[in-house]
Design a protein around this ligand. Sequence first.
Ligand SMILES: [Fe+2]
Ligand SMILES: [Fe+2]
Length: 505
Amino acid sequence: MAKVPNILVVDDEECICDIIKESLSDLDYNVQVTHNPEDALKIIENQPLDFLLTDLILGDKSGMELLNRALELHQDLVVVLMTGQPTIENAVSVLKLGAYDYLVKPFSIERLKAIIRRGLERQQLYRENVHLREMVSLYEISKAMGSTIEFNSLLNLILNTAAREFDANLGSILLWDEKTKSLRVEATFGATEKIQPKDLFCQDSPIVKSIIQEGQPQVLDEANIQNLLGQEKRNELFKSIISHPLMAKGKVVGVLSLIRSQKSHPFTKGQLQSLSIIAGEAASAIENSRLYENLKDSYLETLTALANAVEARDAYTRGHTERVWYLAQFLANQMGWGEEKMWEVKMGGILHDIGKIGVPDAILNKPGKLTPEEFKIMKLHPQQGIKILEGISFLSPALPYVLYHHERYDGSGYPEGLGKQDIPIQGRLMAVVDTFDAISSDRPYRKSKGFTEALKEIKDNSQTQFDPSVVEVLVEAWNNGKIDMQKLEIQTPKEPFTSVVKNVT
Ligand SMILES: [Fe+2]
Ligand SMILES: [Fe+2]
């Protein structure tokens, strides 16, 4: 059933209040009347309100004051002013301040009823529209929550959605960091040189303290903000802030804040309810995404341990996976792959040789040339890697690195003998990186040939073994000193090598 509208009538003439109350009594409205402006303010500040009908002159008070305060607290309130001395200036200024209409006394009861009906209808439409937009925002956040969206993208999505819905030009999300036991700015929206949401929410920011202490959503006006910022950090561009704590399992896990830098358009307390819906949904989305990230990390830790176990069986490849993962991420970055791809590249780097776990020790560590039969078994490691990983859906992006890192550009590689663009780019990237590391690190049968020789061999085998476009990126980065050499020198084997022969990188 629809809610009964709450109407407040304020007029310093008691008899007018009574007449209006009486004439609206046959309609389904909850009507309160008062001739005292102080009482009117109390009602405005403490009670839900849908419609305010107030006289323009209330003794020594003005209806404008009530209008301002009422619109500050009730976002979609319908306000109609009454006056016995109409002037064009008055009419224009009350409409500018956000009044819905203007009634000139004396007016007929029918006209009053028509204005109330029209005003409430418009309010209803407005509320339905807001509700619909909230639903759309919630749907977008829920949809993101349902998919395995990357954590930072989720934060940006929440911020962008909230900023759009609340017509804010800046925003931020602070999240609680368990390690440092403090809130940290994790995402911002709309920052410019002159105005940075981070300035408001740095460590020990009084605004943050105030939000956390209260544990309540807040609307801060310009005076509140400047007061909290203090003389030193004053920034006139922060005009209005609306902040909502992000709660999960009864605890504050963060704060969602939106900021406006236009004075004419401050946030209202009435908007807090809408923000609370988005904040609630956002908090669960963030919490779920964090849990998912933790799960991913612990999965990856297990698999890294597995990859390390492979390396541990073969002292000469110590550090190989880590160097491969660094160089692969570096080249992927140079090739313009997005941030969201970096996790996949890391997984690919760590896991590319995981299939070697299925290669018997006698072959993996054979101190001599492998027989054709043994080499055949060694060559199975890409497919064996796939068998280990294929049941784990979130690791599926790593599969092309595992399966295709021994394919050759001319089609003579394994396991599938694919050529050129038929080899997925992940395999073409990994082939370059894997071989570069094999040549530049110590091998059982020889010392490292060094980076310069490794680069030369990669260049010499461009077009035959390697994709020339990947080679070009490596060469360009190398020649311009962009590669972090320390990362390529980690964990090289300590002992010198003699005459042990190995066949596979
Ligand atoms: Fe391999
Ligand atoms: Fe490898």
